[in-house]
Design a protein around this ligand. Sequence first.
Ligand code: GLU
Length: 392
Amino acid sequence: MKISKRISNTKTSATIAMSMKARELIAQGKDIISLSAGEPDFDTPEHIKKAAIESINAGNTKYTPVDGMLDLKKSIIKKFKDENSLDYKADQIIVSTGCKQSIYNLCQATLDDGDEVLIPAPYWVSYPEIVKLSDAKPVFIETNGETNFKVTGKMISDHIGKNTRMILLNSPSNPSGFIYSEDELKDIGRVLKKHPNIIIASDDIYEHIIFNKRKFTNILNVCPNLFNQTVVLNGVSKAYAMTGWRIGYAAGNTDIIGAMKKIQSQSTSCTCSISQSAAKAALDNGKFKVDDMVNEYQSRNEYLHNELNTIDGVEYKKPEGSFYAFVNVDGLIKRIDGIKDDYDLAEYFLMNADVAVVPGTAFGSKNHIRISFATSFENLQEAVERIKKVLI
Ligand code: GLU
């Protein structure tokens, strides 16, 4: 059967592929520890589950407005106001089936054949593929560990061409875990202000997962004059341990949000009514649970940093947020016979140590691996021991 060119040219998500592979091996009876997908190991907090059950019992089981229930939108507006000092109106917000769909809809709504999208590398595996699905072209801006994998205004400026239509910014970053400071965002904002036709897609999904009480800043906090060209993307999956509920949202100017709404009206109609009630409960009253989870991620981060840096051939800077360790394994690849790249190394860990990690090349940075520490402390300890054992 013929498959469209568009899909033939699209890669399967490497993070999802690796976690599926781990699941298959587990189903076959193997004792795999999966450090592949970025999925909180915590259960969704009780009060959120209760809100969903109450929503079902109240008969909230029908289509909602395409762009989300007004009640949920009010909670999102309040969240933006209270947590981010950003002001939005209801028609500047759309609720979608996960932050991933928000990004997908944004690209479909604004990109055409020939348009270019700037993507700092390393990047989340889905960005380039989502861009390509919109017939546009990803243009990568290479970074490295020396600059904590961050881009500067100058680097962006050097990559802007006549077809540049969007830039994807992600802070805290998946996979690097680094965070842009106010000054760094100001520097980026100064460049982008000169290009009002470039959309700034600010993916803030890891906003709450920040260590050592560092402050989260959105580019609009330091450059409010970028409001018209910025779309803020977020969701409840990571902070509230709600990956399976699939609730994301986007905020931006009414033209862009209206175009995204049109796509949704012809694709998903709306997102799940029950999940929307749950997301409202999370946003209205979930912060106390988030803090507990973040404290736990932080101690795992400390542990992993201390342990991994004792391994010969591993270089790993402690991330400032998210739940990912993006580890430079160049030295390891060079010293293990038969391993030529990060794909080989990930396979070696899977087959010999029964530990699943994602190769850095999938994120646009070879000779790295990404380890998700959204797993229990016991699992993490066991995984580190297993990895060390096969490296002796
Ligand atoms: N965003 C998470 C990750 O990077 C979940 C899987 C996915 O959608 O990529 O692992």
